[in-house]
Design a protein around this ligand. Structure first.
Ligand SMILES: *Cc1c(COP(=O)(O)O)cnc(C)c1O
Length: 229
């Protein structure tokens, strides 16, 4: 068996076990394979192993890979910092943008989606760790952000995204993931019609099981897929 296929299978098994431990079903949690470490041909092996959602953190790499692998029905996810001048091409090739961290960026996405004649699917990134280097809205800004994004006709918000703090312990990460879930539960009521907060994108190789126990629906896993490659 291909080593990447074995890694994908093992991560899927761990996802299923973490889901069941928390009384959820494995299908409630979807794997986004983060391919930022590898070239297009290695990325193809991740898809061939059954992982159809792939994430990149740099717009340029996302565009290049979506071109190089255009023969595959990959759903591309933009998971990193997105500058406004890179929005249009990203909206054109991306299924879900996880990293909306300003209203100005959301406005640029709305404009680009209109021009392209489509509706962009996004998540709102929240800075749950309070680390100053992290992108994302402060939890206290969410009410305002949801109201502002409610005006954008060509943007659909599907949920929230976060990264646990780099300096924290596993317990800190669990608290931060629980905070994202609480924010979702608190703000999921009475939202504008283009805003649904079903998805929680949280958890990476080091902490995806904890994230699932706290309610993650999308886990962004990279390095674990490329162990021993
Ligand atoms: C790189 C990256 C990941 C994956 O991290 P791993 O620890 O390699 O699994 C997840 N989310 C974001 C935003 C990333 O940049």
């Amino acid at each position: 068996m291909d080593v990447i296929a074995a890694n994908v299978a093992e991560v899927q098994t761990r996802i299923g076990e973490a889901a069941r431990r928390s009384g959820r079903s494995a299908e409630d949690v979807r794997l986004v394979g983060v391919t930022k470490y590898v070239d297009a041909e290695t990325t193809r092996r991740v898809f061939d192993a059954g992982c159809v959602r792939l994430g990149e953190n740099r717009p340029q790499s996302l565009w290049e890979k979506s071109d190089a692998l255009a023969d595959l029905p990959i759903q591309w996810h933009m998971i990193g910092n997105l500058q406004r001048n890179k929005v249009k091409r990203t909206v054109a090739c991306c299924g879900l943008i996880h990293s909306v961290d300003s209203v100005r960026l959301a406005k640029a996405i709305d404009d680009a989606a209109k021009e392209l004649g489509r509706v962009a699917q996004v998540l709102v990134e929240v800075n749950v760790s309070g680390e100053t280097a992290k992108h994302g809205f402060e939890p206290s800004e969410l009410a305002e952000v949801i109201e502002a994004l409610g005006d954008f006709e060509s943007v659909e918000v599907h949920g929230l995204m976060c990264m646990a703090g780099l300096a924290g312990t596993a317990d800190d990460a669990r608290r931060e993931f629980a905070l994202l879930r609480e924010l979702r539960d608190r703000w999921a009521v009475d939202t504008p019609s283009n805003i649904k907060l079903d998805e929680l994108s949280m958890g990476m190789s080091g902490d995806f099981e904890v994230a699932i126990e706290e309610g993650a629906t999308l886990v962004r896993v990279g390095s674990s897929l490329f162990a021993n490659v």
